[in-house]
Write a new protein. Sequence first.
Length: 53
Amino acid sequence: MNLGTPELLVILVIVLLVFGGAKLPKLARSLGQAQKEFKDGLSEGSTDGTDDA
């Protein structure tokens, strides 16, 4: 599934309507932190799994 420019613009407009312009920086910051924690958890899980094998 490829997302082109028109699709991304539609998604951006919907996000702006749902969350409002004032909340977007806070939302983006929390999504970035969640992504970082998820990646850290994945890397921690992969190192723990190799010790048991």
